[in-house]
Ligand binder design. Structure first.
Ligand code: KG4
Ligand code: ZN
Length: 348
């Protein structure tokens, strides 16, 4: 059970390249409006921080108005406010945080700053009955991390990427294959109906493992493009890349369940929207007798509803932030034990 604040809570997300406002009442999503800047950043093949901040400034008020309309609410009916204040691009975060502070001041309702990764980790439980403990695999543009979640707010870091994040590998490989930005959806689309066994690509670290490495895979895709030239079967290269990433992610996540004894597995963040990953995960979890809970696609990529969801729970616990709330560029989530202690604790 997760206890929520009474009344509609508004969540603002501007940490990266999506301007989003969501409104939830308990677990009910009343609105979730996302304005993506993907089109803007496409021409550069990645996110340009100054351009992102400027675009957030333009988009935030129209997105807020649309969210209120979608929820059928007026501002004075909002009972609490949450905003992503960490981690993320500082200029981009500041836009959401300034907006949240102004609203809180005007409406005289509670405000909390939300950790973006915690919002992803708990996003599954907006639509599913919560199961704790669980293992959560967080896979986004900037993160690939495995957590043991004993209860909301208690995150034990089990392992993560030593180099590129899974989403980053999708984005960079898509660029190498000439498939555009953002890479995840582009690779998924190109791979449809193609042969995932056509090219043999490296899995990074050896199995079993709780850590990840995707830089070798990314380099292998670059080499493939260079060596094969016009002969390259791009759809099959995309499919081979996608299956390699999905298989590594699923194997590590299932291994994390074995190591911790958790019987429930959840995958969150932008890459969790990937269809091949979702299919593979369900198959392997079924075979191992594990339950799987996944957020629907609109809650996988960055969105305001997941921010509002965490805010509603944290405000109900009595947490409050004030006008002094700051933005933070880098902040990890959860406890990180020493490598040895961690493994010992898990092997006992
Ligand atoms: O969580 P998110 O929206 O933003 C961050 O916090 O990073 O994740 C964005 C990442 C991008 O790298 C994007 O390519 C990837 O998620 N992504 C996907 C898919 N949709 C988005 N990756 C694989 N398959 C998808 N369908
Ligand atoms: Zn995210």
């Amino acid at each position: 059970m997760i206890e929520y604040w009474d009344g509609p809570v508004l969540g603002i997300e501007t940490s990266c390249d999506e301007t989003s406002v969501g409104i939830v009442e308990g677990k009910r999503v009343l609105a979730n409006v996302v304005s993506s800047q993907a089109q803007l950043h496409r021409k550069w093949g990645g996110i340009v921080p100054e351009a992102a901040a400027r675009k957030h400034t333009e988009a935030i008020l129209p997105v807020l108005e649309t969210a209120l309309e979608q929820a059928g609410l007026t501002l004075d009916q909002i009972a609490g406010i949450g905003v992503t204040n960490r981690p993320g691009l500082v200029g981009a975060l500041s836009v959401g945080v300034s907006c949240a502070k102004a609203l809180t001041y005007a409406l005289e309702v509670p405000l909390v700053g939300v950790h973006h990764l915690e919002a992803h980790v708990l996003s599954t439980w907006i639509e599913h009955e919560p199961v704790f403990p669980n293992v959560c695999l967080l896979v986004s543009g900037g993160h690939t991390e495995l957590f043991y979640v004993s209860e909301p707010g208690e995150y034990e870091f089990l392992g993560g990427t030593l180099d590129d994040a899974a989403g980053e590998a999708f984005d960079k490989s898509a660029r190498a294959l000439g498939l555009g930005y953002p890479g995840g959806p582009a690779i998924q689309k190109a791979a449809e109906g193609a042969d995932p066994t056509r090219y043999d690509l490296p899995r990074g670290l050896s199995d079993p493992n709780l850590d990840f490495s995707f830089s070798g895979l990314k380099t292998a895709v670059l080499n493939l493009v260079r060596n094969e030239g016009a002969k390259l079967d791009v759809p099959s290269a995309a499919a081979s890349f996608q299956e390699t990433v999905a298989s590594v992610l699923v194997d590590r996540a299932v291994y994390a369940c074995e190591q911790t004894g958790a019987r429930c597995l959840t995958v969150v963040g932008g890459v969790a929207a990937n269809a091949a990953l979702r299919r593979r995960l369900q198959e392997k979890a079924d075979a191992q007798g594990l339950s799987v809970a996944l957020p629907s696609l609109s809650l996988c990529t960055d969105n305001g509803a997941m921010i509002a969801h965490v805010a509603s729970w944290r405000i109900a616990r009595g947490e409050r932030d004030g006008a002094e709330m700051r933005t933070v560029a880098v902040e990890s989530l959860g406890r990180r034990m020493q490598e040895d202690g961690r493994r010992e604790a898990k092997h006992q």
